[in-house]
Design a protein around this ligand. Structure first.
Ligand code: KDG
Ligand code: MG
Length: 409
């Protein structure tokens, strides 16, 4: 069996997705997610111009060798564009192998280690009251773990806080910046944030009790000493995790945070290779790995990362926002079901339009995700539906301090 065609499909059913479709000379197809939020067309071009032709005629069964061929062979290593492109090829090859063998991908990864994957949902509010409504809405839908984000008094717009209509609606698939030719601008004030967040968790614990697993995402906005202070101030509220408390390219920065707090830490949704995690894992500076299969080169390297993390009792918390497509989500669900050191899976349901373009075998029941039993990844792409939603420019927002200084994400 040989790869006969490699097609890149760009579609925008409420948000942009880049999908690689490989077809073998026997007519078996495999899908891979190559979506890089706000930079989608760079990955589409990388695949179309530099990868597609190299795949034609290759044996689709040789997943590891193809991964190494694209990673080592390019000379230029790492980086989100390269790794998203390689991820798409890797996922599509696992999809094909599953279909050829007649089993869901998780069976090829060693079989199920659990019955389902604990998922967390995104609650947010512009006031305590609306936050409470949003948490209740998630509990009613069956979520057993909740990420809590809140507006901050004096800060005009905060990333990750949905307008109330969206937060309480059936779906939660918002594009924070909306669509447009340039990023929207949000503002930021770390001091106001550090004052307000403990009050938010005071409220949530008072209303919802001590047992509900709660998570919070600081979106890399704090300096290490501020992150340490936040972790310490949230200790009475017993968080499941504090996410991206500070930018971690400088991995030793986490030593300072770790010395001051026992709040569990999750990091890595913007990371692309094991090298970004090397010190964080080997020094046990984090508790959860946030990488997404889509931005980490696919299932093959993420599996290796999780085996490395397992030696240090570090667990998975794979990135699962709506800009990870249903194909990327499926890849993570299969891997999460198979590995021993699964922790939790982020889950934001995709829009109805997205669910028409991508049909999924996965299920969400009583707060637990499962990839389903369809051979391969369990996702099909309706190309006619995809063609009805052409690409539209869309950017993540940027953030500035009151004096106009650009701030960290
Ligand atoms: O593309 C970036 C978003 O997916 C990201 O900002 C969402 O931080 C995020 C999260 O934890 O889901
Ligand atoms: Mg995040």
């Amino acid at each position: 069996m040989r790869i006969a065609a490699a097609d890149v499909v760009v579609t925008s059913p409420t948000r942009n997705f880049v999908t690689l479709k490989l077809t073998t000379d026997d007519g078996v197809t495999g899908l891979g997610d190559a979506t890089l939020n706000g930079r989608e067309l760079a990955v589409a071009a990388y695949l179309r111009e530099h990868v597609a032709a190299l795949l034609i005629g290759r044996d689709p069964a040789r997943i590891e060798d193809t991964w190494q061929y694209l990673y080592r062979g390019a000379y230029w290593r790492r980086g989100p564009v390269t790794m998203a492109a390689i991820a798409a090829v890797d996922m599509a090859l696992w999809d094909i192998k599953g279909k050829v063998c007649g089993v869901p991908v998780y069976q090829l990864l060693g079989g199920a280690s659990r019955e389902g994957l604990l998922a967390y949902g995104h609650a947010s509010g512009t006031s305590f009251e609306s936050l409470g409504e949003s948490i209740n809405m998630h509990l009613e839908k069956g979520y057993r773990a909740i990420r809590v984000q809140s507006s901050i008094p004096g800060v005009h717009a905060v990333y990750g806080v949905a307008a109330q209509a969206q937060a309480s609606g059936e779906r939660y698939d918002y594009e924070p910046a909306g669509r447009g030719a340039a990023p929207a601008q949000e503002d930021w004030d770390s001091a106001a944030y550090l004052r307000h967040v403990p009050k938010v968790f005071d409220y949530v614990r008072r209303e919802f009790g001590p047992e509900l697993p709660l998570l919070h995402d600081a979106h890399h906005r704090l300096r290490p000493i501020e992150a340490a202070k936040l972790g310490k101030s949230l200790e009475p509220h017993n968080l499941f995790w504090l996410e991206d408390c500070t930018p971690a390219e400088s991995q030793q920065a986490l030593r300072l945070v770790r010395q001051h707090t026992v709040t569990p830490l999750a990091i890595g949704e913007v990371f692309n290779t094991v090298w970004d995690f090397q010190q964080l894992i080997s020094e046990q500076l984090i508790d959860y790995v946030r990488a997404a299969s889509t931005h980490f080169g696919g299932i093959t390297p993420l599996r290796k990362l999780m085996d490395f993390a397992a030696q240090y009792q570090i667990r998975s918390g794979f990135h699962g926002p709506t800009d990870v497509s249903p194909v990327g989500l499926a890849a993570q669900l299969h891997l999460g079901l198979a590995i021993h050191n699964f922790g939790i899976q982020e889950y934001m349901p995709h829009s109805e339009q997205t669910d028409v373009v991508f049909r999924q075998s996965m299920s969400f029941t009583d707060g637990m995700l499962h990839p389903g039993e369809t051979p391969g990844l369990g996702v099909t792409l309706d190309e006619e539906a995809a063609a009805r939603y052409p690409y539209q420019p869309a950017y993540l927002p940027i953030s500035r301090l009151k004096d106009g200084t650009m701030h960290d994400w």
